[in-house]
Design a binder for this molecule. Structure first.
Ligand code: GLN
Length: 600
């Protein structure tokens, strides 16, 4: 439909996308080769918190690998290397692995190439120069066409990351503090592993893991983050959300209340309406299970549930621990008694099969995952029901809102009131020692430490939550106006005036922070911008004698390299004043070239 809003927006989107692709390529390309050095590019994304296994980068990484077939003659001709395909691919794999260890990966990769493929070359035997020479081949320096052809839908997250517009812009700074808290709490070995379900008693009591995923998909994990555990009661908010999404609030709340019970999670009690107090204790969760796809077979109901649980994370591990399911079912007198008591009070829908209901409830509690994956599930709740890694809506917004409200008031058993008061965030704990904390519109946090306190909450998890709130202004009421809260606010600076951006841009030039300069240019700032003294970034870099920064600016400069500030001084004057010889030569060369191009 040419001209229609949809068509315009689609054409606008595709025009915007290709504009961003070109802009990013130009900003990040290596001036010497005119190509984009992939490892360095990915390093920028990793530093912003976007991991290589992020589904949004999958297409790009796959296409780069597929598109870039190994042309041995290029390697042999250009570098006189005797290199077999596997060895080169292993080096390409390392180079495309944006990780903290990226810096050393080239050297280690070149040194660790399989003996058979040990490179023989006329080049310097030093691994890093060898690796860098290999990197000069096409595979790691990609052309404009290849970049624009491969980046595809990844451009959204890439441009946001490079523009520093992700919800937590200083990701390294934020995760450093989280890492400190993680280490601080690690020595705490108080509490005991749950034993009333025999399988749970076998957990490693000292396991300790924390994972964070933001609503922009920035992720980091610490400790045993890939060690599997069963969700147990952490499954309850997701069950409630799915049933809410399926049958709606009115029908759901005609069966289950929204009040904290003030009792243990498996207490045999109902509220004044003879309904379970809320869906986050056993009584309410069992009724919620009875409502989930209640006209389908038990196998279809479980299949639906686990598929939906997997959609909450979109990646990672979500499985099922049959041993825990059987162990739980064999020792569930309390839940059976509670269910018969509820049936007596007609809490279940007509013709509910109680055994099926309990089996489904035990199965939901026996869904297995790990911290790294669970943090994404929590981030989907933080993100209004939309999975941040793929943009898929999993539950409607009202179901998400109601889930968070109940997690806020009822999520921590008989410590829910204290948790809401002290930490001020929606959370849900489980007897496996798992805990999710949701920071609405910011991030989901998953924690795993099996030692529980007397109320059934993970001891380290609660301590972590308290430490988190001491450092960051995440408490629901830290955001009050006129707050004198001195805590850290790691979220992006919401508004920056143009003059603020210009001064920050010039300050980046003073620091020689080329990445920050690129981010400002990516955000649309004009490279020739001047401050109130008509000083430009060229003046600043020339005064500092920062040759790398000066070289980058001159490579993008499209005006005369002799701008005058309010005192009539040019960047060359400044370089001469501070006696920066290299800068003087570089500027003089640029001035000569400019004058020739202007026909002076
Ligand atoms: N708090 C919990 O995690 C309890 C869940 C466990 N499956 C039970 O029903 O008792």
């Amino acid at each position: 439909m040419p001209g229609s809003p949809i068509c315009r927006s689609m054409s606008h989107d595709s025009k915007y996308r290709s504009h961003m692709q070109e802009l990013i390529f130009d900003l990040y390309k290596d001036e010497a080769t005119g190509r984009l050095f992939l490892p360095k590019f990915f390093k920028e994304l990793v530093e912003a918190g976007i991991r290589k296994d992020d589904p949004r980068l999958e297409q790009m990484i796959r296409q780069v690998k597929e598109t870039e077939h190994l042309e041995e003659e290029i390697l042999v001709d250009t570098h006189n290397l005797q290199l077999d395909r596997d060895a080169f691919k292993s080096l390409l794999d390392v180079a495309l692995t944006p990780s903290d260890s990226l810096n050393m990966s080239f050297d280690s990769a070149a040194r660790n190439l399989p003996p058979a493929a040990r490179l023989t070359s006329s080049l310097d035997s030093n691994a890093s120069s060898l690796a860098n020479d290999i990197a000069l081949s096409r595979a790691l320096y990609i052309s404009r066409d290849m970049f624009c052809g491969c980046v595809g839908n990844s451009i959204g997250v890439i441009s946001k990351a490079l523009k520093n517009q992700l919800v937590i812009p200083d990701w390294p700074g934020f995760t450093n503090v989280i890492g400190e808290i993680f280490e601080e709490i690690k020595p705490n070995l108080s509490g005991n592993v749950a034993t009333y379900i025999p399988q749970l008693a076998r957990a490693n009591p000292n396991a300790w893991a924390v994972s964070v995923c933001t609503v922009d998909g920035q992720r980091k994990s610490w400790g045993d983050a890939f060690k599997p555990f069963c969700l147990q009661s952490v499954s309850k908010p997701f069950t409630y959300a799915l049933v809410h999404d399926e049958i709606g609030a009115d029908e759901l709340h005609s069966h289950i209340g929204q009040e904290p019970s003030g009792r243990l999670f498996n207490d045999i009690s109902l509220d004044h309406n003879k309904k379970p107090h809320n869906p986050l204790i056993n009584a309410g969760a069992i009724v919620a299970a009875s409502l989930m796809k209640r006209h389908a077979s038990l196998s279809d109901r479980f299949d639906f549930a686990i598929r939906q649980f997997r959609r909450f994370c979109g990646t990672g591990y979500v499985g099922f621990n049959n041993a825990v399911f059987l162990s739980e079912r064999e020792t569930a007198d309390r839940n059976y008694a509670l269910s018969y008591y509820m049936r007596e009070h007609k809490c279940f829908p007509e013709s509910t099969n109680l055994q099926d209901t309990l089996d489904l409830y035990f199965q939901l509690c026996s869904i297995e995952t790990n911290c790294d994956t669970l943090s994404v599930m929590a981030a989907t709740l933080a993100n209004g029901g939309v999975n941040p890694l793929n943009g898929e809506r999993i539950i409607n917004n009202r179901a998400c809102r109601d889930t968070l409200s109940l997690m806020y008031s009822c999520g921590m058993y008989d410590w829910s009131g204290q948790f809401a008061f002290r930490i001020g965030l929606p959370a849900k704990s489980g007897v496996a020692g798992d805990l999710i904390i949701v920071i609405p519109n910011v991030a989901g946090i998953a924690i795993y430490s099996p030692r529980l306190d007397t109320l059934g909450n993970t001891v380290r998890g609660v301590k972590f939550a308290e430490a988190l709130i001491q450092r960051f202004n995440f408490h629901n009421y830290d955001s009050l106006l006129y707050s004198d809260c001195q805590k850290l606010d790691p979220r992006k600076s919401l508004h920056e005036t143009e003059s603020e951006s210009t001064s920050k841009y010039l300050f980046a030039a003073k620091l020689g922070d080329i990445s920050a300069i690129k981010r400002y240019l990516l955000m649309g700032l004009n490279i020739h911008d001047r401050d109130y003294d008509d000083r430009t970034a060229l003046h600043v870099a020339a005064s500092e004698g920062d040759v790398a920064c000066l070289e980058y600016l001159l490579s993008k400069w499209r005006e005369s390299p002799e701008p005058q500030d309010r005192f009539g001084r040019t960047p060359l004057d400044d370089a001469k004043f501070f006696k920066h010889e290299e800068s003087i030569q570089m500027l003089q060369k640029a001035i000569d070239a400019w004058r020739i191009s202007e026909g002076d």
